[in-house]
Design a protein around this ligand. Structure first.
Ligand code: MBD
Ligand code: FE
Length: 253
């Protein structure tokens, strides 16, 4: 049986690309070059990165358009979420000893429903980069269970993670995605960020990110991220640890 949704979506995409070909007077040589470049992106393993750079932000707009007004804003998932991340009993992520001058970071808050009621036993995932912009299990030298993990909210709906402060993140520029951005005259930096994902039966998944107010890229993200204002944090230090306090509101399905 034909899948009508698939037919409609693919037809709309093809029509949009055909429009671009006509509008830009694309030559056969340019068409062949584009196919070659897409092959290169696929062969380098950067297909998810490439698509996220240009499209993830639009998917997020659609999610936010359809969201309950009291729900926390969604943000890009990016290419580096791994559902296989370890469950952390105490919220402490494994971090590499090699980064001697890394700064400890605490991320904590309460998960609530849209009426402000705290939700217990909610699954919260967090993942962030190393102090030099690498992700566990993705980039060389960082094992898969580092800088990522899962916790559950306690009876008061609270969650807490400990990790280290990430830096402004440069999209791998040795690959074809970074090279493309450079050829287009765009930089390939994302502001330093922390990824969060909240999942609970009967509720819509919430995927979002936290940012730092003092980061120079917070408002010029190479991925054109829609940075949620409520998730931009000024410097707050507690016992030498950077603290981000993010309450997360999820809505029923
Ligand atoms: C990232 O770490 C990221 O979060 C996004 C959205 C795109 C590329 C790399
Ligand atoms: Fe990221």
């Amino acid at each position: 049986m034909a899948n009508n949704r698939l037919d409609q979506v693919v037809s709309t995409i093809v029509e949009a690309v055909r429009g671009a070909v006509r509008d830009e007077n694309i030559s056969f040589e340019e068409y062949r070059a584009a196919i070659g470049y897409m092959m290169k992106i696929a062969e380098s393993g950067e297909l998810p990165l490439f698509i996220d750079v240009f499209l993830n932000t639009s998917i997020v707009s659609v999610i936010n358009q359809n969201a309950h007004p009291a729900a926390s804003p969604s943000d890009m998932e990016g290419p580096y979420f791994l559902d296989s991340a370890p469950v952390l009993e105490d919220g402490k992520m494994k971090t590499m000893d090699a980064y001697a001058d890394d700064q400890p970071m605490i991320v904590r808050g309460t998960v609530k429903d849209v009426d402000g009621q705290p939700l217990a036993d909610v699954l919260v995932d967090m993942w962030n980069s190393t102090p030099d912009g690498k992700y566990g299990g993705i980039h060389e030298g960082i094992p898969v269970d580092y800088y990522r993990g899962k916790v559950r909210t306690d009876a008061q709906g609270q969650y807490q993670f400990e990790s280290t402060v990430p830096v402004a993140y440069k999209i791998p520029d040795s690959g074809p995605t970074g090279a493309l951005l450079e050829m287009m005259g765009r930089h390939s930096w994302r502001p330093a960020h922390v990824h969060l994902k909240v999942r609970h039966p009967g509720y819509r998944d919430l995927t979002t990110q936290l940012y730092f107010a003092e980061d120079e890229y917070t408002h010029s993200d190479c991925c054109e991220g829609i940075v949620p204002e409520q998730f931009i944090y000024p410097e707050l230090i507690e016992d030498g640890k950077r603290v981000l306090e993010a309450d997360l509101v999820i809505e029923p399905q």
